[in-house]
Design a protein around this ligand. Structure first.
Ligand code: KG4
Ligand code: ZN
Length: 337
C-alpha cells in the first residue's frame, strides 16, 4: 500500500500549527507557532488577537512544516484541519486555509475534532498502541473520560460539570501570581511544597457518575488565601500549589481508574495539556499499577496543542472515508458525539 501523508492544520486556540504525519504514526514534522508571549500580559487568551496572529502566521507555518518534512504539497495525500471545538475566529483561519489549499491543489479535505486529535497524539508516541482503551483528555478547555472503541469512535464516560482541569490550574496560578499558562508553573512550584499541607475538597458526584467538578476546589483555594491574607498571616505558595494539584490529580486518577475497571480495560491513555503534569503522570501510573492497568501518555510537546495530533486523527478519519467539502465551517462548541 502507498504511504498516506497527511498535512495537519491546527488553529483552535493560541497555537498556529502545521505538521506532516506518515500513515498516522510517523511524525515527519511538527511546527508550532505559540502566541503565549503575546497573551501573557493579558493573563489569558484574547480571541480577537489570537485570530489576527493566526492569519499572519499560518502560511509560513505550513511552508515550514512541508520543508521540515522534506516534502512538497504535491506529495501530500490529504489535508486535515481542526474545525472545532475552539475559538471561532481562530478556527476559521485554519479551516479557510485548509479549504483554499484543498480546492486549489485538488486534495481531499478531512475535518478533525480537536479532542480526537489530542487522543490520537498517543498513536504517534506509542507505535504499538491500539484501541480499545480508556482515555483521560484534560486540557485548558476540556476534561473528558472517554472509551476509545476504535480509532475514530468514542463513548463519553465522564465530563466536567464546570471548569476544565487546565482552566482550574490557570485560575489558581493567577491567584498565586504565577502567570499564564498556569499549569506548568504550578507543576514546577508544587515540587517544592507539601501536597498534604492543606486538605482541599475532592468532589464526587452522586449515583456513581464519573463526571468532574473543579469549581469547589478552586473556590476553596481562593477562600483559603483570602482568609490568611485578611489575618495578615504569611503562607507558602508552594504548599498551596502542591495541595491544590494533589486534590485535582486525585479526582482525575480516581475517576479514570474507575472507568477502566468498568470497561475491563487494561490500558489508560492520557491526553491534553494537563497530561504533561508530572504529578498526574506519576500518580496515575502508581494507582493504575495496583489494578494491573498500564498508563501511556505522549511527550509534553504532543500533549499541548499541536498539528501532528490533528494529522494522526486525520489519517484514521481519512482511511474511514471522512471527507469535508467547501461548505466546511468552524464549529466553536462541536460536541464529541
Ligand atoms: O491541550 P491544551 O494545549 O489546550 C487546550 O486544548 O485547551 O491545554 C492547555 C492547558 C492549559 O490550561 C495549561 O495550563 C495546561 O494545559 N497545562 C498543564 C501543564 N502543562 C499545560 N497543566 C498542569 N500541569 C502541566 N504541566
Ligand atoms: Zn487542545
Amino acid at each position: 500500500m502507498d504511504d498516506i501523508l497527511i498535512l495537519g492544520i491546527e488553529s483552535s486556540c493560541d497555537e498556529t500549527a502545521a505538521a506532516v504525519v506518515r500513515n498516522g504514526r510517523e511524525m515527519l514534522s511538527n511546527v508550532i507557532n505559540s502566541q503565549i508571549e503575546i497573551h501573557k500580559k493579558y493573563g489569558g487568551v484574547v480571541p480577537e488577537i489570537a485570530s489576527r496572529y493566526h492569519i499572519g502566521a499560518i502560511n509560513a507555518v505550513i511552508d515550514e512544516a512541508l520543508d521540515a518534512a522534506g516534502v512538497t504539497m504535491g506529495d501530500i495525500t490529504a489535508i486535515a484541519v481542526t474545525y472545532g471545538p475552539g475559538l471561532v475566529g481562530a478556527l476559521l483561519v485554519g479551516v479557510s486555509t485548509a479549504k483554499a489549499l484543498a480546492y486549489a491543489l485538488e486534495k481531499p479535505l478531512v475535518n478533525v475534532h480537536h479532542i480526537k486529535g489530542h487522543i490520537c497524539a498517543n498513536y504517534i508516541a506509542h507505535k504499538e498502541l491500539e484501541p480499545p482503551f480508556v482515555c483521560l483528555v484534560a486540557s485548558g478547555g476540556h476534561s473528558h473520560i472517554v472509551y476509545a472503541k476504535d480509532h475514530i469512535e468514542y463513548d463519553i464516560m465522564g465530563v466536567t460539570r464546570d471548569d476544565a482541569a487546565g482552566e482550574a490550574f490557570d485560575k489558581i496560578a493567577r491567584v498565586l501570581g504565577l502567570g499564564y499558562p498556569g499549569g506548568p508553573k504550578i507543576d514546577a512550584l508544587a515540587r517544592e511544597g507539601d501536597p498534604y499541607a492543606i486538605d482541599f475538597p475532592r468532589v464526587r458526584m452522586a449515583n456513581g457518575s464519573l463526571d468532574f467538578s473543579f469549581s469547589g476546589v478552586k473556590t476553596a483555594v481562593i477562600n483559603h488565601i483570602h482568609n490568611l491574607e485578611q489575618k495578615g498571616e504569611s503562607y507558602s505558595k508552594a504548599d498551596i500549589a502542591a495541595s491544590f494539584q494533589n486534590a485535582v490529580t486525585d479526582a482525575l486518577c480516581e475517576h479514570t481508574i474507575e472507568a477502566a475497571k468498568i470497561k475491563g480495560a487494561d490500558k489508560i491513555v492520557l491526553a491534553g495539556g494537563v497530561a504533561s503534569n508530572t504529578a498526574l503522570r506519576e500518580k496515575m501510573k502508581s494507582k493504575a499499577d495496583i489494578e494491573g492497568v498500564s498508563v501511556l501518555f505522549p511527550p509534553p510537546v504532543l500533549c499541548t496543542d499541536n498539528a501532528a495530533m490533528i494529522a494522526a486523527a486525520g489519517y484514521y478519519e481519512y482511511i474511514s472515508g471522512t471527507r469535508a467539502d467547501m461548505r466546511l465551517n468552524a464549529i466553536p462548541s462541536l460536541p464529541l458525539e
